[in-house]
Design a protein around this ligand. Structure first.
Ligand code: ISJ
Length: 445
């Protein structure tokens, strides 16, 4: 693990402990209510975002950065954040979830992935919730009194505005890690193993490579995702962008929520036909089985932390612009622990990987993914989100997403996967991944 404050110590001095964060949050006038208003405030370089229906957080700059790896990537990040927030000097005039100190994070799906994990503490955060907006400024030097008390949004955006988002030019798509035929063969093998009784469900994913003629301005993608998929959580952390419909966990004042999705059907565009499809999905035994595994995995992972848990017996159908999903909102009340409740990051770590993105049983499904999928998922399907100074926060599963190549701003990997059970058909699964690639293709287009 490495923790880097923004200023490196002069050569020859001993390495300091964690940085002391100096944090000030002030209320500012509310923004436009439209879903893309927050992301339009972002500068071009390394934008951070977690936005849904015009509420959420956007941020930029790095006051501190924590990089972790391996099976301990969550625990190490959690410890580093605890050390930073314990030492933080905070003046918060707003006191809403997401005001005061926050860290944005993104973590690899697989313990063995080189993608590891990252927490970024931004220099500037703009937040909005229920008609109230705020600005948080973070420094590692000086005192709260020397930090600017921003009273208008223009104060913070004037010197960071890089003009409107630039379009990416012409996009060319090429095959990712595995050719379509080979991927379908892998799904067929997964189905065979399930029918043999080796495991019950496994989620198989694939990637597609996009090349842009212009260097990608992530704000272009974020604006289009926030507008078109406003009911999803539009995120951007460390080059990973997307609009996920799946909330791994939200923890707020002792209440936890998780939105579990599994079971999918493509939309047709026609309202009546879509209603018929929604009804078919709600009665599809294959999709209900996939869904059941995912809900059970979330309920089991949350149970040890909760004094009460509500797990609806029947899923509802979530309508997105590209697909319909079976969805269940699991909610719970956290047990008051002796050391305080677990942080949202600790809960995300306990939940990951759910059967919505891995399978059942978890270990067997994880092994099958490693063996059959033929690619490194990196941070796709891992937790992405933010944690606040009190440990509360929101973590999504990084789906409907793409990773920008850190070496090449013209190259992205787009990802999509689907749950495979005994009744799955490889060709239908391939078509389902295409439907799930739609949001990112639209965002680039
Ligand atoms: C794996 C993905 O989606 C997951 C798999 C689903 C399914 O198999 O029906 C549905 C929603 C997500 O939990 C993805 O979008 O890449």
């Amino acid at each position: 693990m490495s923790t880097q404050p923004d200023a490196a110590p002069p050569r020859g001095t001993t390495q300091p402990g964690p940085a002391t964060l100096v944090v000030r949050t002030t209320a500012v006038d509310d923004l436009d209510a439209d879903p893309g208003a927050l992301v339009r405030l972002l500068p071009r370089d390394a934008p951070l975002a977690w936005v849904r229906r015009g509420d959420g957080l956007v941020a930029w700059g790095e006051a501190a950065r924590v990089e972790t790896s391996g099976p301990d990537r969550f625990a190490d990040a959690e410890r580093a954040w605890a050390a930073l927030r314990e030492r933080a000097i905070v003046r918060d005039e707003v006191w809403l979830p997401g005001s005061g100190p926050v860290a944005f994070g993104s973590f690899a799906f697989d313990d063995r992935s080189a993608a590891g994990g990252v927490l970024v503490v931004p220099r500037v955060v703009v937040g909005r919730r229920g008609g109230r907006a705020w600005v948080t400024t973070v420094s590692t030097v000086g005192s709260v009194a020397t930090l600017p008390a921003h009273r208008t949004l223009e104060d913070v955006t004037a010197h960071t505005a890089d003009g409107p988002a630039e379009p990416p030019g012409t996009i060319t798509y090429t095959q990712g890690s595995v050719a379509d035929d080979a991927w379908m063969a892998a799904v067929e093998e997964a189905v065979a193993r399930i029918r043999r009784g080796d495991l019950e469900k496994v989620v198989m994913a694939r990637d597609v490579v996009a090349r842009t003629t212009e260097p990608l301005d992530l704000r272009w993608v974020l604006g289009r995702l926030a507008d078109e998929y406003s009911g999803c959580w539009t995120f951007s952390v460390d080059g990973l962008v997307g609009a996920t419909p799946e909330l791994l966990v939200r923890s707020e004042k002792g209440l936890v929520t998780s939105r579990v999705l599994a079971g999918t059907i493509r939309r047709t565009g026609g309202q009546e036909a879509d209603l018929a499809r929604a009804a078919a999905l709600a009665h599809s035994s294959k999709d209900l089985e996939e869904h059941e595994y995912a809900v059970a995995s979330v309920a089991q992972a949350l149970e040890p932390f909760c004094q009460s848990l509500n797990v609806p017996e029947v899923p509802f159908v979530l309508h997105l612009p590209n697909v319909l999903h079976l969805a269940t909102d699991v909610t719970g009340v956290l047990c008051p622990g002796t050391d305080g409740a677990p942080s949202s990051l600790a809960l995300a770590a306990a939940l990951h990987p759910t059967a919505a993105v891995c399978g059942t049983p978890t270990a067997a499904a994880g092994a099958a993914i490693r063996e059959l999928e033929g690619m490194d998922r990196a941070r796709y399907a891992g937790p992405v989100g933010w944690v606040g100074g009190d440990g509360d926060g929101e973590w999504g599963i990084a789906l409907r997403s793409a990773a920008l190549d850190p070496e090449d701003p013209h190259r992205l990997r787009l990802f999509a996967g689907c749950g495979v059970v005994a009744a799955s058909d490889p060709e239908a699964e391939l078509a389902e991944t295409e439907a799930k690639l739609e949001p990112m293709r639209h965002a680039l287009g």
